[in-house]
Design a protein around this ligand. Structure first.
Ligand code: ASP
Length: 424
């Protein structure tokens, strides 16, 4: 990160806090041309969306270029395979742990007992039929890689890019010109991400202020217990599971890790999209945490696509909540089914706002709960979506760090450097 970005973390934090305060104040200002047309749907919309599109613009080229680059320079296919298997296993296990925490906490708190929520139902939920696993696997292979890129199908882009990387490393010397070009393209794209990040404090401010100005807190009160249970489970998972794994596997200080990861965390929180945050996640993990480009460029895009612990937590708590509101008991085998389907549902959840809630219908259906229950929590999902997305990408970063350490692909001096950007 360049010296220009010195203090970026502090500025983003200021943007986040000021955005929340401004949004809440605006919520209480009576509607009018100035508040709505000029500020909320004018200035805030403009700044927020320009920032958001700025990073989203980088996603497809970044994932493609950095994955080709990473897998080409991994040197041998065995290493790539080993990292791939470890990454997927790590993602699956942490997701199952996340849901178990959610289910455990929700059964202690009982967020849905004694509630009548017919008055907060906001809209009809979209029903989502679960996609069979075979279909998911088949669909990972693109028929047309250009179409995969134009539609932003992350798994297909990953498969194609890794395939090119494998081809390049098999050809070795003969294609070293192409490898060098990808290397330079990677430099270029990371530079561009750095430029967009200069806008981050303002973008985060505008996105958050607009969300709070539009949503306020009114609708949240009857559902406070549900929301707090989800948030508590997210925090427990971050501290206990991620903190414990970081300390246990790498010996790194979790506190320092979380501090240094904050720029990505806050962008995920304000955009509610792991996919859109990906360029920032990659930049932060490489340049603040110290994970090598090879490992980061492989593990993070994969994680942003399939690893959603925060989403799984929401789905776990929501399932218990809906069961309680409708007075339905979930037995032991139903709980196991929830763990399994929520793991699959979170894998199938795209890293864009709100999809986790739609995928929840798959979990509810698997244990015979009414899908209409989703409507109960739809109105307040935005804040939880923001929070769970931040946890989703934290899980990716923790995995990436642990794998990098194990593979000798971790630069301790970057991790130890001052987080305010002295790692030029
Ligand atoms: N918004 C989440 C993400 O992008 C997905 C979800 O749970 O809706 O990670």
């Amino acid at each position: 990160m360049s010296v220009k970005q010195k203090g970026l973390t502090t500025k983003i934090l200021a943007g986040l806090v000021l955005g929340i305060v401004t949004g809440i104040i605006l919520y209480f200002v009576p509607e009018g041309i100035f508040r709505d047309t000029v500020i909320v749907d004018g200035l805030f919309l403009l700044v927020g969306q320009v920032f958001l599109r700025g990073i989203m613009m980088m996603v497809v080229p970044l994932v493609f270029i950095s994955l080709v680059n990473g897998s080409a320079s991994m040197g041998d296919i065995k290493k790539l395979g080993r990292i791939g298997v470890r990454t997927v296993l790590f993602y699956l296990v942490t997701t199952a742990v996340a849901i178990s925490i959610a289910l455990g906490l929700a059964s202690i708190v009982n967020p849905g007992l004694g509630l009548d929520l017919s008055n907060v139902v906001t809209s009809e939920p979209t029903i989502n039929e679960g996609v069979p696993l075979v279909e998911v696997l088949i669909d990972m292979v693109p028929r047309n890689p250009v179409a995969a890129m134009s539609s932003g199908n992350m798994l297909q882009i990953i498969v194609f890019a890794v395939f090119i990387g494998v081809g390049l490393s098999a050809l070795g010397e003969r294609t070293k010109g192409i490898v060098a070009i990808f290397d330079q393209l990677n430099e270029l794209i990371m530079k561009m991400v750095g430029f967009v990040m200069l806008l981050a404090p303002y973008g985060v401010f505008a996105l958050i202020a607009r969300t709070f100005a539009n949503e306020g807190f009114d609708v949240m009160i009857p559902l406070a217990k549900y929301m707090l249970t989800v948030i508590a489970a997210l925090i427990i998972h971050a501290i206990v599971t991620y903190g414990g794994m970081l300390k246990g596997f790498t010996g790194l200080s979790p506190i320092r890790f979380f501090k240094k990861f904050f720029p990505a965390f806050s962008v995920a929180f304000s955009t509610a999209s792991s996919g859109a945050t990906l360029p920032v996640t990659i930049e932060t993990v490489e340049e603040q945490i110290g994970v090598s480009k090879n490992v980061a460029s492989f593990t993070l895009p994969l994680g942003a696509t399939i690893n959603m612990d925060g989403t799984a937590i929401m789905q776990g708590v929501a399932t218990i909540f809906i069961a309680q509101v409708y007075g339905i008991e979930l037995g032991f085998s139903a709980i196991l089914t929830v763990i399994l389907t929520a793991t699959l549902a979170s894998i199938g959840t795209a890293g864009v706002p709100g999809v986790g809630l739609i995928m929840l219908s798959m979990v509810l259906q698997s244990v015979g709960l009414p899908v209409e229950g989703i409507a109960l929590i739809m109105g307040i999902d935005r804040l939880l979506d923001m929070s769970r997305t931040a946890i989703n990408i934290t899980g990716d970063a923790v995995c990436s760090t642990i794998i990098a350490k194990a593979e000798g692909e971790f630069d301790q001096s970057i991790f130890d450097a001052d987080s305010e950007g002295t790692t030029a």
